[in-house]
Design a protein around this ligand. Structure first.
Ligand code: BMA
Length: 348
């Protein structure tokens, strides 16, 4: 590793493998951006991994796997064997190991249940102040975080080296749909939640394989992006979730405007940045990948763009065999700046 590229990470005790992942993430924009998919190898349209499959809808269509692999930890905190989207945690561990071995990058989101009401993460009842130090539910919340810590530490390569992961907790906090979101806690409480989580994982639980990614939902300006930001010393990567919900023209504007704001902030802070979630549900525009997406994100300097899960026939973000955007998706995979696994592997 070049000396100049050795990183100061949020976690000062980060493993070598974690530093190396940061270096790769910073290298990527020199070539383009990596393509990512949530739950890529866990299930797809009409199939579910039973433990033996090495399949992905992306691979079915293009013959190449994604470069970035998103997985979700929701319900790990409850001690369940499977997550909130029915992915078994043991299987998830194996799929992470496989993706890492093949040169992929792993990112983990976490939608913990509302600790006060025990309803889902989407229950906006105030809860943050209760789980902070001094709050009535602080001990219980620590027991949740210990489960997260144990899972993170269990991620090891064949040779026993820690598998580094981009951890992206408490995302879309500028929206008000999660219990940690805008209006359900103050920005100060949110920052405490982030910092206490960070310190509990790193200092109390010796978790040293994480890069910390702060990711908002779409924003109107720089101020909105930074409103909940817990500080440069507690964040490694800046992210944003950008979904195509309305017209194509509107999405093109959103991509340009929001990614330019993100790029400006990230450059000032000298941190890599990414589109941490996004896509057009059911990809209803034939040439969406090359004309809507790539044309508007290629020059932004992001390290990756991750598309959400292929859950059901009316909730999917990446084509499967026969889906109408498949021919365009194949063209997209061949673009020199778009890094699916085969090209991403070479960036080291
Ligand atoms: C949402 C939907 C839900 C899912 C959640 C967490 O966007 O896909 O079905 O439970 O993400 O993965």
């Amino acid at each position: 590793m070049k000396q100049s590229s050795v990183q100061v990470l949020a976690d000062r005790k980060a493993d070598m493998s974690t530093k190396y992942l940061m270096m790769r993430i910073k290298e990527i924009p020199k070539t383009g951006y990596a393509f990512g998919h949530q739950d890529a190898t866990a299930y797809g349209m009409g199939w579910k991994n039973n433990g033996n499959d090495h399949r992905s809808d992306v691979h079915d269509v293009t013959g190449d796997f994604p470069g970035v692999y998103g997985f979700e930890l929701g319900h790990l905190e409850l001690g369940h064997t499977q997550n909130l989207d029915t992915v078994n945690f043991k299987l998830m561990g194996n799929l992470i190991k496989k993706a890492h071995k093949n040169g992929g990058i792993i990112t983990l989101s976490w939608h913990p249940d509302n600790p006060v009401t025990l309803k889902s993460a989407w229950d906006p009842s105030p809860a943050v102040s209760e789980v902070l130090q001094g709050g009535a539910l602080h001990p219980k919340y620590r027991s949740w975080l210990i489960k997260v810590a144990d899972f993170m530490k269990s991620l090891k390569s064949d040779s026993g080296k820690p598998i580094p992961v981009v951890f992206r907790p408490y995302h879309e906090m500028n929206g008000s749909w999660f219990w940690w979101g805008h209006g359900n806690c103050t920005p100060e409480e949110f920052k405490r939640l982030w910092i206490e989580t960070f310190e509990f994982l790193t200092i109390n639980n010796n978790v040293h394989n994480l890069l910390y990614c702060y990711s908002t939902d779409a924003i109107k300006d720089e101020g909105e992006y930074l409103k909940f930001y817990p500080g440069d010393e507690h964040v490694d990567i800046l992210g944003i979730d950008l979904y195509h919900k309305n017209s194509t023209e509107e999405y093109i504007q959103l991509l340009n405007n929001n990614l330019n704001i993100l790029a400006k902030i990230a450059k000032k802070k000298k941190k890599p940045y990414a589109m941490t979630e996004g896509g057009l549900n059911m990809v209803t525009v034939d040439n969406w990948w090359t004309e809507v997406l790539d044309k508007n994100i290629a020059d932004k300097g992001i390290s990756w763009a991750l598309f959400w899960r292929n859950a059901w026939p009316n909730h999917y973000y990446v084509p499967f065999k026969g889906q109408k955007s498949s021919p365009d998706f194949k063209k997209f995979q061949k673009l020199p700046n778009v890094l699916f696994l085969k090209k991403l592997k070479k960036i080291n």
